[in-house]
Write a protein that binds this ligand. Structure first.
Ligand code: C2E
Ligand code: MG
Ligand code: MG
Ligand code: MG
Length: 295
């Protein structure tokens, strides 16, 4: 480095390195504390809406860190740290607990709203993960079929054999699974047939690519059409993520895509700010299920 040759340059270079490290360590210490606190790691919920009739089919829980000094932080600020080997388990437990709590609150009000949670690669190599999930469901008194776990392709390629076993165990408990950011990973298509997966989420980049030259041009829909068709042939529910515009929604509807998520309906919001008109379209609990009686 040129910086190392001149005296003042070296000082600058080292100061920059040190302050980066110090900042990172401080953040790591703060994050460990956040995992122990009960109000710092929160989830925001984003609706997943049926294309044909606008019904609320579920919500995705997206983690936020309510930092005592820095305010509300997005996953880009902390997710790499959170998904490191050592912090992955407590972080995922935290997010699952928050997500199931919201699901449970809605059940008590009579709404069946399935909740999706993103999980890390480390979860899928831990044989005990399915038991931990079953335990959390029991403690939060949420039926297993109201939980969906979102997995990226890269999560699967890390250790496909272990992942397949954990997914099979999750399936046996009734939990659903989804392939997130579909089309952006490096895995082969053959895993889609082999793994027990219920849902496929088309990555936002494909939605963005529908109108590369503006919406007055015909949509460039070959890739999205292919993904929707493939998902359906494999018996999966197909969701498009990051839908912001009416013209995107219209194309996706024409292609037979089942549901959408995106700013067009709502950004991720705290449970108490969730759009009530959407909540009212959700499936209702049957009176005999007794959710309203329990507290
Ligand atoms: P993802 O699971 O693919 O989530 C979708 C991301 O797109 C979210 O960003 C969401 O806020 C954003 N989004 C939704 N609709 C729109 C839209 O219409 N336009 C645009 N431009 N963006 C939209 P977010 O919340 O920042 O999360 C980013 C990523 O961080 C997630 O991508 C997921 O991979 C990861 N992540 C978030 N929460 C968790 C978590 O609890 N655990 C794990 N392991 N990963 C998480
Ligand atoms: Mg996701
Ligand atoms: Mg995604
Ligand atoms: Mg994404």
């Amino acid at each position: 480095y040129t910086a190392k040759r001149s005296g003042s340059g070296t000082a600058l270079y080292e100061a920059a390195t040190d302050s980066y490290t110090a900042c990172h360590l401080a953040t790591l210490t703060d994050f460990r504390r956040a995992l122990d606190a009960d109000d710092q790691i929160v989830v925001h919920l984003q609706p997943k809406v049926a294309i044909t009739n606008g019904q609320l089919l579920g919500v995705e829980a997206l983690a936020r860190w309510n930092h005592p000094v820095r305010g509300l932080l997005a996953p880009s600020e902390f997710i790499a740290m959170a998904t490191s080997a050592e912090l992955s388990a407590p972080f995922t437990t935290k997010v699952l607990t928050e997500a199931l709590f919201a699901c449970r609150s809605w059940l008590r009000r009579g709404y069946r709203v399935p909740v999706s949670v993103n999980i890390t690669a480390h979860c899928l190599v831990r044989p005990s993960f399915a038991f931990e999930v079953a335990d959390l469901l029991a403690r939060q008194r949420v039926p297993a079929d109201l939980l969906c776990l979102e997995i990226t392709e890269d999560t699967l390629v890390a250790d496909p054999t272990a992942a397949a076993q954990v997914l099979a165990a999750l399936r046996a408990t009734g939990v659903r699974t989804s392939i997130d950011d579909f089309g952006t990973g490096y895995s082969s298509l053959s895993y889609l047939r082999q793994l027990p997966v219920d849902e496929l989420k088309i990555d936002r980049s494909f939605v963005l690519a529908l109108f590369p030259h503006g919406s007055d041009e015909p949509a460039d829909d070959a890739l999205v059409a292919t993904i929707v068709d493939m998902g359906h042939r494999l018996g999966m529910h197909v969701v498009a993520e990051g839908v912001e515009r009416r013209d995107e929604l219209a194309v996706l509807a024409g292609l037979g895509c089942d549901s959408v998520q995106g700013y067009l309906y709502s950004p991720p919001v705290p449970a108490d700010r969730f759009p009530v008109e959407l909540l009212r379209t959700a499936a209702r609990t049957t009176p005999s299920a007794g959710y309203q009686v329990l507290t």
